[in-house]
Design a protein around this ligand. Structure first.
Ligand SMILES: [Zn+2]
Length: 103
């Protein structure tokens, strides 16, 4: 094998490795983040691989909401910003909505 061919293989391999490392790192970051639907306020987690290739706008990703089915840009929020207090407020709001639906 000549030098140019070897150089080409090294270039392709290192590009692939960098790409894979990027995806792995991105997936790890996404396990600590979630998305918020601007339409119904639902919060949900999506596998990192799915959002990596999704259309993006800053940190927002084009996804469909599992709760209302809305297809729009979802805000990507770190889990630590979603505090226990907010979680409780959301649970309370959901409970009230269910009660209203029951009537
Ligand atoms: Zn929604």
């Amino acid at each position: 094998m000549n030098g140019i061919g070897l150089f080409g293989i090294i270039t392709v391999c290192s590009t692939l490795v960098i790409f894979i490392v990027c995806i792995v790192l991105y997936c790890r970051i996404q396990t600590k983040r979630h998305f918020k639907c601007p339409h119904c306020g639902a919060r949900f987690k999506v596998a990192g691989m799915r959002t990596f290739f999704a259309s993006r706008q800053g940190t927002d990703r084009l996804l469909s909401c599992p709760q209302c089915g809305m297809n729009c840009y979802m805000e990507n929020i770190p889990d630590e910003e979603y505090t226990e207090e907010m979680r409780r407020a959301d649970a309370e709001r959901r409970r009230q909505e269910e009660e209203e639906d029951g009537e």
